[in-house]
Design a protein around this ligand. Structure first.
Ligand code: HEM
Length: 442
């Protein structure tokens, strides 16, 4: 097989670094705290002041935490502390019955039909981006791919979620507040991981983050309140965006809908979770295909054959198999969510270790997807691996850029959820528009 392109990443340390070195390095980039053994081990144990943390790299254990026994491994309350000022009690940090209900409603709102409806809104954002590129490219000949990808994905999020354009009004200022919050929360996440109080963050980051969160939430509240009030008063919501779908969704279990506060929480979360992750994936994809012109050519040929000179349609996406493999391989090498955490609700045994209740479990798509024992050529860029028989096991067991549950509409954590969602969709089409009795702010 021809030698594959090995894209760069922070080189692993030869041996495990001290606690202090890890803390200092991880404030900038946690990947640079990893040592060669991190990419080979099945399980790691990190002793932190007041708490034990375990890194699970073994597919069986990961499956147990995310699927088999997921209720015994809830999302960590530490992340909730970092994200709560902006996201409230959104699906990103909730657990148990609250999470289950939110997930049922989100799955309904993000059904395939809705994705089809929002596709033209995505295409509009891409056209605007291409118009922006022409004069820029003439001026300097160089574009900052990550800046452009962040801009276009934020525009897509504004259009698909709220039917707003990023460049249209004060949306741009809010987008900057989101970036500020995100930067500050990345620093705070490191403190939280090391069990230090968030207000220790340098440069009053925590207070700045809270100020940004307040501005973002009041911007969102104003927009959502207008539409929510109209909807509650019986006006049909004619937009094809996600906010409309979230207002319409009804829980198949009890017929309830998201109330106003829940809508603000979920919308804030979708902005945060949706645009930066997609921007990161697209930026790395552009980097990889720029480095591999043959890959770029195959993608271009495939798109030309499937789409011709017309506009891309929802149904075309299915036939872009090679392009899809390039994107999947990008997500393997550069997963936008490098790690996420869970907390052991009770004492467990994993391998030869006793994991005490309250311990943190870290699951890292970054480490697992480059694991030396799980993948052939783990650091090589090879989109065709997704077509090869011998990679099937690794893909099944050790490919988790979206975690076990994935982005909304990819699938639920419970086996019967998809069935319930189908029933709910049917019911929500019949449901009266004012099912929610909760007032704004409730
Ligand atoms: C390439 C892009 C994306 C990647 C790699 C990604 C990755 C992830 C990961 C790893 C999680 C699980 C976190 C955990 O379990 O603690 C997650 C959760 C989630 N993501 Fe994404 N995401 C992406 C794009 C999006 C988009 C575009 C949206 C929506 C606009 C979205 C919405 C969500 C939601 C709602 C959850 C919470 C799901 C739940 O807990 O049930 N994500 N995502």
């Amino acid at each position: 097989m021809p030698e594959t392109f090995k894209p760069p990443y922070p080189p692993p340390l030869e041996k495990r670094a001290s606690f202090l070195t890890r803390f200092i390095r991880s404030r900038k980039c946690w990947i640079s705290t990893q040592f060669e053994g991190s990419y080979r081990m099945k399980m790691g144990h990190v002793r932190l002041p007041g708490m034990d943390s375990y890194v699970f790299n073994e597919p069986e254990q990961v499956k147990r935490v995310l699927k088999g026994e997921w209720e015994k491994f809830p999302k960590s309350c530490l992340m909730h502390r970092v994200l709560e000022p902006l996201l409230g009690d959104s699906i990103f940090t909730t657990n148990g019955a609250v999470w289950k209900r939110q997930r049922r409603l989100m799955d309904i709102a993000f059904g395939q039909a809705r994705l089809k409806q929002v596709m033209p809104l995505m295409a509009q954002a891409v056209s605007v981006m291409l118009e922006r590129f022409d004069p820029l490219a003439e001026k300097s000949g160089v574009l900052a791919a990550d800046v452009e990808m962040t801009h276009v994905t934020a525009d897509i999020i504004f259009r698909t979620i709220l039917s707003r354009e990023l460049d249209g009004d004060d949306a741009l200022a809010i987008f900057e507040e989101f970036n500020r919050y995100q930067e500050a929360s990345a620093g705070m996440a490191t403190l939280v991981m090391f069990h230090l109080p968030v207000w220790l963050s340098p440069g009053l980051e925590w207070f700045r983050a809270k100020r940004s969160a307040k501005k973002i939430r009041s911007f969102l509240q104003e927009i959502i309140l207008q539409r929510y009030t109209a909807y509650q008063q019986g006006e049909a919501d004619s937009s094809s965006d996600i906010l409309g779908a979230l207002m319409e969704a009804r829980d198949p279990e009890d017929g309830s809908a998201f109330n106003f506060k829940e809508l603000v929480d979920q919308i804030a979360m979708l902005f945060l979770a949706g645009h930066e992750t997609s921007a990161s994936a697209l930026s790395w994809a552009l980097y990889l295909i720029a480095a591999c012109p043959d890959v770029q050519q195959r993608m271009a040929d495939e798109v030309r054959e499937a789409v011709g000179d017309g506009e891309i349609e929802f149904s075309d996406v299915k036939s872009l198999r090679y392009t899809w493999n390039v994107f999947r391989e990008t997500l393997r090498l550069y997963p936008p969510v490098g790690y996420f955490s869970r907390q052991a609700a009770e004492t467990h045994c994993a391998r030869d270790k006793t994991i005490r209740a309250g311990s943190s479990i870290l699951i890292s798509p970054w480490l697992i997807q480059r694991h030396r024992q799980l993948w052939d050529d783990p650091d090589g860029f090879d989109p065709d691996r997704f077509e090869r028989e011998e990679s099937k096991e690794a893909i099944k067991q050790a490919y988790l850029p979206f975690s076990g549950c994935g982005a909304v509409a990819v699938g639920g954590r419970q086996g019967d959820l998809q069935h319930k969602v189908k029933i709910a969709r049917r019911r929500s089409r019949q449901a009266a528009p004012f099912q929610s009795q909760l007032a704004p702010g409730a």
